[in-house]
Write a protein that binds this ligand. Structure first.
Ligand SMILES: [Zn+2]
Length: 258
C-alpha cells in the first residue's frame, strides 16, 4: 500500500464509505489538511487540538487522524487559537484526516462495534437512526446491569472519565441493550430505545433530562464518556492504515474530561 497521502486518504474514504454516510456539515469528513511528502507515521486522536498536534509531532508522525476535525466548532476566522493550531500544522508539516459518523457506524472499525466488544456484548441489530442510516448497534444479553456498568467504568477510567449511570437496582438484568457513542442520548435515540424495548442504553453523554426520561421508562442509561467512547475508532483506523502502508502509529491521549 502506498504512503502517498492523497492515495492513502482516498483509500480511507472508500474503506469508510465516506461519500455515502450523512453527517453534520462541520464534520467535513476526509482529508482536511494537506502536508508534503510521504506518510511516515500516523497519530490517532479523538479531537483536533493543540495537544493532538504536539502529540503527533512528539511521535514524529506526519498524519493526524481525528474523529472531531478541524472545523468541528463551526465557521470561524483563523485568528487566535485557530490561527495558532493551523500555524503548527504548517510548521510541523502534519496532515489531518478526519472521520466522524463514518467511523461511528463502520462494521469493523466503528466506535460502536468496538465498544460493544470491549464490554463483551454481541451486536445483532442496528440502532440509532440518523438521516437514513444507523450510527449505533443493539443486541440481546442476560447480564446484571451493575456488572455491565462496572465494565463500562473500567473501560472509561483508562481515558480519564468517571462513568455515570441512572439508578440501577441490585437485581436488575440487561436483556436488551442499545449503544450510541459520543452524544448518544439525544431525544430521537432515546425514543428509539424506548420504542424498541431496550432496557439499557450505553452512550457517551447526554443532557440531564435524559436521566429522568430513562428512569420513567424503566431504562438505565450508562454515560461512559464522550471522549472515552470515541477513542476506539480512530485507533482501529490508524492501525489498519499503518499496517497497510508499513508505518508506525500511536494514540495521542488528550482527554477532555467529558
Ligand atoms: Zn463525538
Amino acid at each position: 500500500m502506498t504512503t502517498i497521502l492523497d492515495e492513502l486518504s482516498a483509500y480511507a474514504d472508500d474503506l469508510l464509505n465516506t461519500r455515502d454516510v450523512p453527517d453534520y456539515p462541520t464534520a467535513l469528513n476526509g482529508l482536511q489538511f494537506q502536508a508534503s511528502g510521504p506518510v511516515r507515521g500516523i497519530a490517532a486522536a479523538v479531537d483536533f487540538s493543540t495537544r493532538a498536534i504536539e502529540g503527533a509531532k512528539a511521535l514524529d508522525a506526519n498524519l493526524l487522524i481525528v474523529h472531531h476535525g478541524m472545523f468541528w466548532g463551526g465557521l470561524s476566522p483563523l485568528t487566535g487559537a485557530a490561527y495558532r493550531r493551523t500555524r503548527l500544522l504548517f510548521d510541523y508539516n502534519i496532515a489531518v484526516y478526519s472521520s466522524h459518523i463514518p467511523l461511528d457506524c463502520h462494521p469493523t472499525l466503528g466506535n460502536n462495534v468496538l465498544l460493544a466488544k470491549e464490554l463483551r456484548l454481541t451486536p445483532s441489530r442496528e440502532f440509532a437512526r440518523y438521516q437514513g442510516i444507523y450510527i449505533g448497534v443493539a443486541g440481546d444479553s442476560d447480564v446484571p446491569t451493575k456488572s455491565l456498568a462496572e465494565k463500562a467504568t473500567l473501560f472509561a477510567r483508562q481515558y480519564g472519565h468517571a462513568t455515570r449511570t441512572t439508578p440501577i437496582a441490585d437485581d436488575r438484568r440487561t436483556r436488551r441493550w442499545g449503544m450510541c457513542s459520543g452524544a448518544g442520548a439525544a431525544a430521537d435515540t432515546l425514543q428509539e430505545a424506548i420504542d424498541a424495548g431496550i432496557d439499557t442504553l450505553i452512550v457517551g453523554e447526554g443532557p440531564h433530562w435524559t436521566a429522568i426520561t430513562a428512569e420513567e421508562n424503566d431504562l438505565v442509561i450508562i454515560y461512559a464518556g464522550h471522549y472515552a467512547t470515541e477513542t476506539l475508532g480512530v485507533c482501529a483506523l490508524s492501525q489498519h492504515l499503518a499496517d497497510k502502508c508499513g508505518v508506525s502509529w500511536n494514540f495521542v491521549s488528550a482527554p477532555t474530561g467529558l
